[in-house]
Design a protein around this ligand. Structure first.
Ligand code: PBG
Length: 341
């Protein structure tokens, strides 16, 4: 807030100035609203599981379930009919298919690829995001390959490239590397282009923090017992802000089409700085732990669900986010539809 733009001489003082006048009526509040949440701002993360006709609730995320492909297709149809622009899909991989080197991640017939083919065939027109990271597929739960007790960078990038190629080949529109290895955006971009996937977008989780707020997501993936240690050697330190700008700059130089900041609410300062610094499409991820906190408070009668959901998502917009990945996407879309004039 610069003294220049906020000086009294520019804006006047009370009692001539009364800021409450513009808040006095609903029509006036509508006219002066600076930001608006619409269904166009929503990306819906969903969990896919093997089998048929399955809906397996996630205990720590009330209202969120892992869906088999056929059930996911129905859910996607509903999302599309509500106007939600895109889904972000995450797989639950059976333990027996998890390996130290995550071979399942680039099998062109893996669950993710089958889900993408089904969705593209049956629900065309809705955008499909997928994570590029190895944690659903590794027996140790890390996003990369582990050698001598360390997550190794370049060897991991080589596997991420294979994973991105398989996902793009199956029909995903946007690959979203969430692994935080160095150099993966450029490597993936080159490989996609060489394979004729110039149209496939890369949304880079450029600023992804080593966060406690991912707990319920790891619960959903059944990864909770697997991960030994933490992800602090590759995900960012929550203490750092300027470093996020370096990460974003690097990913943009390597060809990222959009940037994801994650987690969301506790990191809206990063969303704002990224948007102001780079002026590129910027998405915020309202992550599993944030969702769990909200729903737990609602379940206790401590927060009003609908108002809290909409206020939360609007806060992302005010911070500069162009869209929000949120497990609340469907309920938010319904609320927005009900509120429409
Ligand atoms: C995996 C990944 C994670 C999330 C999205 N992709 C977890 C992690 O990094 O451990 C978390 C999303 C959420 O908590 O909602 N790379």
């Amino acid at each position: 807030m610069g003294a220049k733009t906020m000086s009294r001489s520019h804006y006047g003082t009370f009692p001539r100035v009364r800021l409450r006048r513009n808040r006095a009526d609903p029509w006036n509040r509508r006219l002066v609203a600076e930001h608006r949440l619409t269904v166009d701002d929503l990306i819906w993360p969903v969990f896919v599981i093997e089998g048929q006709g399955r809906r397996v609730e996630v205990a720590s995320m009330p209202g969120v379930a892992r869906l088999s492909v056929d059930v996911l297709v129905e859910a996607a149809r509903e999302a599309r009919s509500l106007g939600v622009p895109a889904l972000a899909i995450f797989p639950i991989v059976p333990t027996e298919r998890k390996t130290p080197n995550a071979e399942e991640a680039y099998d062109p017939d893996n669950l993710m690829c089958r889900a993408a083919r089904a969705l593209k065939a049956e629900v065309p027109g809705i955008g499909l995001f997928c994570d590029v990271a190895l944690d659903p597929y590794t027996s140790h739960g890390h996003d990369g390959l582990v050698q001598n007790g360390r997550v190794v960078n370049d060897e991991t990038v080589a596997v991420l490239v294979l994973q991105a190629l398989a996902l793009a080949g199956a029909g995903f529109d946007v690959v979203a590397p969430s692994d935080m290895m160095d150099g993966r955006i450029g490597a993936i971009r080159d490989a996609l282009d060489d394979a004729g996937h110039q149209a496939v977008r890369i949304s880079a989780y450029a600023a992804k923090y080593a966060s406690a707020f991912y707990g319920p997501f790891r619960d959903a993936l059944d990864n909770v017992g697997l991960l030994k240690g933490d992800k602090t050697t590759y995900q960012m330190d929550p203490a750092n802000g300027a470093e996020a700008l370096r990460e974003v700059a690097q990913d943009l130089e390597e060809g990222a089409d959009s940037i994801i900041v994650k987690p969301g609410l506790p990191y809206l300062d990063i969303v704002r700085r990224v948007k102001d610094t780079f002026a590129v499409p910027t998405f915020g991820y309202h992550v599993s732990g944030e969702y769990a906190m909200l729903k737990a408070a609602v379940a206790n009668g401590w927060l009003d669900n609908d108002r809290t959901v909409l206020e939360t998502l609007l806060a992302f917009k005010r911070a500069g986010a162009d869209a929000v990945l949120t497990y609340c996407a469907i309920e938010a879309a319904r609320l927005l539809q009900a509120r429409a004039p």
